[in-house]
Design a protein around this ligand. Structure first.
Ligand SMILES: Cc1ncc(COP(=O)(O)O)c(C=O)c1O
Length: 397
């Protein structure tokens, strides 16, 4: 019997979480698996942030929080946006949630009516189309291949917009490709959007600080865009705080108020102790952020160099985040024994079982010709993983 709602039945399970689970199962059986499937920094939360949380517990900072988060945290975010991004917001334009994931979902749920279209550039973060489906909207996928560094052009955006378009979800730096839109590229997209004032941009900037080409650029910097951009960000990736679950949106008050209303009936304000930790992250030293960024950059250089030496891989040079997204379609149709590789999900399973390296097939990112490898792991693991992958792939003929 299936009495689940159509809404639920229409959702796909998260492929990234499924792969992490499979790899954990193999590990539990004693197999030496190198896990390149995870989407989180391998660093610990910096000490001064942990101290702030410990103090919050000792101070009995343990009551329900205001739905959008405590003013102290929202003010810290306002300062962050001013100092780091040159953007002016008031605390009333900030709403904190249980991670950037909830922030994205809140924004979609308050904007999208059944039948509305949301433009989702592919490759995309796995959850975007599913969240749009949850809102009973239609994800409109606009594909950008490796030959255009996985970034959509203004002409592609223009062609995808219809009277039903409600929003565009833009992720830069991108999960899963690591691609970063330059200021000029964002200006090109903004020029198209200027002709379509009904389209709101949900700008997912969660990888802002893991950027190898200099200053982060937000589409909200263009004055005509700021009033219809919802910036999504949070502490998960920059401060190695994935488990603390603090994200936020910054945007026009009518959207922020709507998110507060939704959240007020749904989850309430996020964890009070985590809010104190996030406040310390934004107001304290930023040195650990730069240290982690440098480590990711070194690893990016390493994995790009090694992956380029793997015959059959086509590799872009990611400018941010901590993922490599090689094109691997040259292996499709090849076999090892009675095992045939038809697509990148097959390839990911083959690499897990034969090379004992966990990656994620590109299908659930809207790029079935690619495979995602997270390099948020040690240099030794990167070297060993790519060597195992190279060997396993050489057996395919
Ligand atoms: C592009 C993107 N947006 C949002 C999130 C969610 O972040 P959080 O852990 O803060 O919910 C992730 C996490 O993997 C992500 O990759």
């Amino acid at each position: 019997m299936n009495q689940l709602s159509d809404r639920l039945n229409s959702l796909s399970p998260s492929a990234t979480l499924a792969m992490s689970q499979k790899s954990a199962e193999l590990k539990a059986q004693g197999v030496d698996v190198i896990n390149l499937s995870v989407g989180e920094p391998d660093f610990n939360t910096p000490d001064h942030i942990k101290e702030a949380a410990k103090k919050a517990i000792d101070d009995n900072f343990s009551r329900y929080s205001p739905v959008p988060g405590y003013p102290a945290l929202r003010n810290a975010i306002v300062e962050k946006l001013k100092k780091e991004n040159g953007l002016e917001y008031t605390a009333a334009q900030i709403s904190c949630a249980n991670g950037a994931k909830q922030s994205v979902c809140n924004a979609i749920l308050v904007l999208v009516n059944p039948g509305d279209e949301v433009i989702v550039p592919a490759p995309y973060w796995v959850s975007y189309p599913e969240m749009v489906k949850l809102a009973e909207g239609n994800p409109v996928i606009v594909t950008a291949g490796i030959e255009q560094d996985f970034k959509i052009t203004p002409a592609q955006l223009e062609a995808a917009i219809t009277p039903k378009t409600k929003a565009l979800i833009l992720c830069s730096p991108s999960n899963p490709t690591g691609s970063v839109y330059s200021k000029e590229e964002l200006a090109g997209l903004a020029a198209v959007l200027a002709k379509h004032p009904q389209v709101v941009v949900i700008a997912d900037e969660i990888y802002e600080h893991i950027n190898y080409i200099g200053k982060h650029q937000s589409i909200a910097q263009f004055p005509e865009m700021k009033e219809r951009t919802v910036i999504v960000n949070g502490v998960s990736k920059a401060y190695a705080m994935t488990g603390w679950r603090i994200g936020f949106i910054a945007g026009p008050e009518w959207i922020v108020k709507a998110c507060n209303k939704l959240q007020g009936q749904y989850t309430s304000g996020p964890c009070s102790v985590s809010q104190k930790a996030a406040e310390a992250a934004y107001t304290g030293t930023q040195a650990p952020v730069e240290e982690m960024r440098k480590a990711f950059e070194r690893r990016r250089d390493l994995i790009v160099k090694l992956a380029k030496e793997v015959p059959g891989f086509e590799v872009n040079v990611p400018e941010g985040a901590f993922y490599l997204f090689p094109k691997c379609s040259s292996f499709f149709g090849k076999s090892a024994g009675d095992r045939k590789i038809e697509n990148s999900d097959d390839l990911a399973m083959y690499l897990l079982e034969v090379a004992h390296v966990a990656c994620v097939g590109g299908t659930s990112f809207g790029a079935p010709e690619c495979i995602r490898m997270s390099y948020a792991t040690s240099d030794e693991n990167i070297v060993e993983a790519i060597s195992r992958i190279k060997e396993a792939l050489s057996k395919l003929a």
